[in-house]
Write a protein that binds this ligand. Structure first.
Ligand code: G3P
Ligand code: MG
Length: 282
């Protein structure tokens, strides 16, 4: 089987973080379309498990920031609206786009970068099923970094990895998928079930002790540290040990260029429409 990283030659690539989330509602089909259209090389999404066992594309633990759940009388008693306590049928009834017009999280509505012609598409966005997203990635041959959100404390914790791997198999997308997580137990589970699927270890505040041994033991293809705790020396060390380095979240062109020059395979950005072109520099 071809692997995720086979297509990524030296030179650097742009990953659309939660899709092109500065010009479309994050983690939606529209965010995928915009990422492709603006020339991103791949996209990153977050996934969780609904109460009835469907894999859905969604970032937060709760639904209130990026859907209209708080305004829906039928869900008023479900506060704080945990994603994993809603069935897929309930999640489908939510509007996952209009918040973007109301909050204008990146100022792109006010600036006019998002054109009025897009507003009706934005209002139509729903929480996607991972299955549908994988079909789209397959259709367009567009790679995806799937971040499995930490489900510790939820029943989903024991089931989510197997479900993801079953879906990758059913959709024949193993070569298009990189699985990452802050919960490194999930990465071990992936390797136990299907060693051919490539994985990446996410870290946020600090690097694990004995980093190179740790990554080797995890058997990951890539290391995904927060860009804020990463420098050229670290990138060089990890790459020399045979592990790719990809950074998040990088929104400035000069920083993206620096990381790519240092050897990062891809940088994850909220602004793919501005950063495309920084890669392929080797
Ligand atoms: O995968 C990188 C990045 O997405 C991790 O943080 O909170 O944006 O999912 P977050
Ligand atoms: Mg993420």
């Amino acid at each position: 089987m071809k692997s995720f990283f086979d297509r990524f030659l030296p030179g650097g690539y742009v990953c659309a973080h939660r899709g092109a989330r500065s010009i479309a509602p994050e983690n939606t089909h529209m965010a995928l379309d915009k990422a492709r259209q603006c020339g991103a090389d791949l996209w990153e999404i977050d996934i969780q498990l609904s109460a009835d066992g469907e894999l859905v594309v969604f970032h937060d633990r709760t639904l209130d920031r990026t859907t209209d759940v708080a305004t829906r009388p039928e869900f008023s008693k479900r506060h704080p609206w945990n994603v994993t306590e809603f069935t897929y049928d309930e999640l489908q009834r939510l509007d996952a786009g209009s918040w973007f017009l109301q909050s204008d999280p990146f100022g792109t509505i006010v600036s006019g970068e998002v054109s009025a012609a897009d507003f009706s598409v934005i209002r139509q966005q729903k929480i996607p099923l991972l299955r549908d997203v994988l079909h789209e990635c397959h259709q367009y041959d567009f790679p995806v970094n799937i971040e499995i959100k930490d489900q510790t404390g939820n029943p989903a914790d024991r089931r989510i990895v197997k479900k993801v791997l079953d879906l990758i198999k059913a959709t024949n997308t193993g070569h298009l998928v990189l699985l990452s997580s802050f919960n490194h137990h999930y990465l071990r589970q992936v390797k136990q079930i299907n060693p051919e699927i490539e994985t990446a270890a996410l870290v946020e505040n600090s690097h694990p002790e004995n980093l190179l041994d740790y990554l080797s033991e995890l058997d990951v293809a890539a290391y995904h540290p927060d860009a804020q705790i990463t420098d050229r020396r670290l990138i060089n060390e990890v790459i020399a040990a045979g592990v790719r380095v990809n950074l998040w979240t990088v929104n400035e062109v000069t920083k993206a260029q620096d990381f790519i020059n240092a050897g990062a395979t891809f940088i994850c950005t909220d602004w793919p429409q501005r950063l495309v072109g920084v890669g392929h520099c080797a």
